[in-house]
Design a protein around this ligand. Structure first.
Ligand code: NAP
Length: 295
């Protein structure tokens, strides 16, 4: 029998913990955490993600500011808004929703965000601090996965962790975090990608398999070791006539056939996804309390 790692429930617990801390800050007359989000253009998925982040801020008692900019905004204008928010003492955390339109350099924008406000953990400073195991804002999805491993008391020390996918926002940081001398962590990590040869055989040696490649149902039962822990980061809409919406959400792992082989597995939806927002809120709380970058 496998354990279903319930990210929805865990994320609600974290949000309640954050809300309790905000209530205490309010009682004591402290500064209410304030998150600003910049959304450029009208991409449907981005609007949904940013909307959910802003709504979650309200849920835990944070203040939030949503800055919407047209898709044809100039790079200079966007950089100016980032600078304004950097300089605004009322705002503790800033996120710029990706992707940005092609004429805007993601590198320039990311590099301009003040590390002290970079609650997405995307700036070079904060990625470097993560790699050095210094206090920092760990980016939300990897942070959420580490928190799930911790709260479900999944042993990681000395285990073989295989990560599929090497993106800057998921696979790469996951491989760094799992290899760090921390708990969770201390794993022996293999980072795989599209050029990896015989991926199925490597995946099958994993005690912990973290899957973030963005291909629905890619991981099948024959790629998974008996008793493995499987973390599925992928999220996809696939057509489903039986649903009112006309679609259902699936992950990168073929859940129904893989789950019976696992000791624990995250479902999609309700696994890694909900943890991402909870982690962003947590980072914003840390920023407001100046727990990472002490003045
Ligand atoms: P990404 O930037 O597209 O990166 C995909 C990675 O997978 C790349 O490193 C790529 O290798 C690798 N890859 C592609 N095909 C492969 C194959 N056949 N075999 C082995 N590796 C392969 O993706 P991402 O942003 O990390 O996202 C991955 C998935 O997670 C997506 O479904 C995304 O929607 C989801 N996601 C979910 C959350 C959440 O909150 N739940 C957050 C972020 C992302 P190369 O580097 O060689 O191209």
């Amino acid at each position: 029998m496998f354990t279903t790692i319930n990210g929805k429930k865990t994320s609600e617990e974290i949000k309640s913990e954050i809300a309790a801390r905000v209530a205490k800050i309010k009682r004591e007359g402290g500064k209410i955490p304030h998150l600003a989000a910049i959304l450029v253009g009208n991409d449907g998925a981005s609007q949904t993600y940013v909307g959910a982040k802003v709504k979650s801020c309200e849920q835990v008692g944070f203040e939030s500011t949503l800055v919407r900019m047209d898709a044809d905004v100039t790079e200079e204008e966007l950089l100016r808004v980032v600078e304004d928010i950097n300089a605004n003492p009322e705002i503790d955390g800033l996120i710029v929703q990706l992707p940005l339109p092609k004429h805007i350099s993601v590198e320039k924008v990311t590099n301009l965000i003040k590390p002290e406000k970079d609650v997405d953990g995307f700036t070079p400073t904060n990625v470097g601090r993560m790699a050095l195991n210094w206090p920092t804002y760990v980016s939300a999805t990897p942070f959420g996965i580490m928190e799930l491993l911790k709260r479900y008391q999944i042993p990681t020390s000395g285990k073989h962790c295989v990560v599929i996918g090497r993106s800057h926002i998921v696979g790469s940081p996951m491989s760094i975090l799992m290899a760090r001398n921390t708990d969770p962590g201390n794993a022996t990590v293999t980072l795989t990608h599209s050029r990896t040869k015989d991926l199925a055989s490597i995946a099958k040696t994993a005690d912990i398999l973290i899957v973030a490649l963005g291909k629905p149902g890619f991981v099948t039962a024959d790629m998974v070791k008996e008793g493995a822990v499987v973390i599925d980061v992928g999220i996809h809409r696939v057509p489903d006539a039986s649903k009112k919406s006309g679609f259902k959400l699936v992950g990168d792992v073929l859940f129904d056939e893989v789950a019976p082989k696992c000791s624990a597995i995250t479902p999609v939806p309700g696994g890694v996804g909900p943890m991402t927002i909870a982690s962003l809120l947590y980072n914003t709380l840390l920023a407001a309390e100046q727990q990472v970058y002490r003045p």
